[in-house]
Design a protein around this ligand. Structure first.
Ligand code: PDD
Length: 281
């Protein structure tokens, strides 16, 4: 069992995998990506991730010559080579490499790289502290772009303040999303999350949570949430492929609820884990 890399069809050790210095992903930040989690040797909701990779790529104007079925086979081939049961799959598409010029007369061959690295087996509901930072990103956050400088600058501030994630807000106070997660709040029994018009990524975990809420007949609404409203929530949790469902216990130093995961967070986490068990075990 070992971590492995994939560069345009060629599998190697991660330390031996390289792309060219004139790759446009490296020089211009033209790149899109996905992170997929493997449980018990099986990627969870792989196809929606591959479909989003394609949407992001097309959205950024990067040629996407691969069929989804081909990508699925390549992911499974690499995963089988690693022999890993619990892992994170990272996939990145860039336009490929060419002598540096903002605009090219002829597109290079797009590049597909992957790594699959061992991850911890999870299951426990984790807790995290958030700090709020202004959202200084571009206007197409539905594209899962590798341009994560703003997210990382925010996450560094969070770490300096002893928090594990940021929540970003627009100049008018409207909450968008975390640095690498979506956000949900519960107030008076109603689940709320920013809608897809709020310049956020359409998280795959977010979508699953909304399906769980529907199945549980929970009252929920998608729409604008202000940072002030968020601070009054009874429960907050963040969602992502790697955070799964993680309970937020403090926001900007304010204790959320009684400072421990609330009942709705716990029940959604339990249902999410049950869904993983059903699909991957
Ligand atoms: N990020 N919003 C942002 C900005 C993200 O980067 C992510 C995921 C999400 C959640 O998406 P999903 O539920 O589909 O994983 C929302 C990945 C995990 C990362 O950058 O590592």
């Amino acid at each position: 069992m070992q971590d492995l890399a994939y560069v345009n069809g060629v599998i190697s050790d991660v330390k031996d995998a390289f792309v060219h210095i004139e790759d446009r992903g490296f020089q211009f930040g033209e790149g899109v990506y996905e992170v997929i989690k493997v449980y018990n040797g099986k990627p969870f909701v792989l196809i929606p991730h591959l479909e989003r990779l394609k949407r992001s790529s097309v959205g950024m104007g990067i040629d996407f010559p691969w069929e989804i079925e081909f990508l699925e086979k390549e992911v499974l081939r690499l995963l089988a080579e690693t022999g890993l049961d619990f892992a994170n799959i990272y996939m990145q598409v860039s336009p490929g490499s060419a002598p540096r010029s903002h605009l090219l007369d002829k597109d290079p061959t797009p590049s597909l790289v992957m790594t699959i690295r061992k991850a911890a087996e999870t299951g426990m509901l984790k807790e995290i502290k958030l700090i709020a930072v202004e959202d200084i990103r571009w206007k197409k956050c539905w594209i899962k772009s590798t341009n994560l400088a703003a997210n990382i600058m925010g996450k560094k501030i969070a770490r300096q303040q002893g928090a594990g994630e940021i929540i970003m807000y627009e100049a008018d106070g409207t909450v968008t999303e975390g640095g690498s997660s979506n956000i949900f709040a519960v107030r008076s029994g109603v689940l709320a999350t920013p809608d897809l018009e709020c310049n956020i990524l359409a998280g795959i975990t977010r979508k699953i949570v909304l399906e769980i809420a529907r199945d549980r007949k929970l009252e929920f609404k998608e729409g604008k949430i202000s940072l002030d409203e968020l601070k009054l929530a009874d429960e907050i949790f963040i969602t992502s492929t790697t955070f799964e469902i993680t309970a937020v216990t403090r926001l900007d130093g304010i204790t959320i609820g009684n400072g421990t995961p609330g009942p709705i967070t716990k029940s959604i986490h339990a249902d999410y884990m049950a869904m993983i068990k059903k699909h991957c075990y």
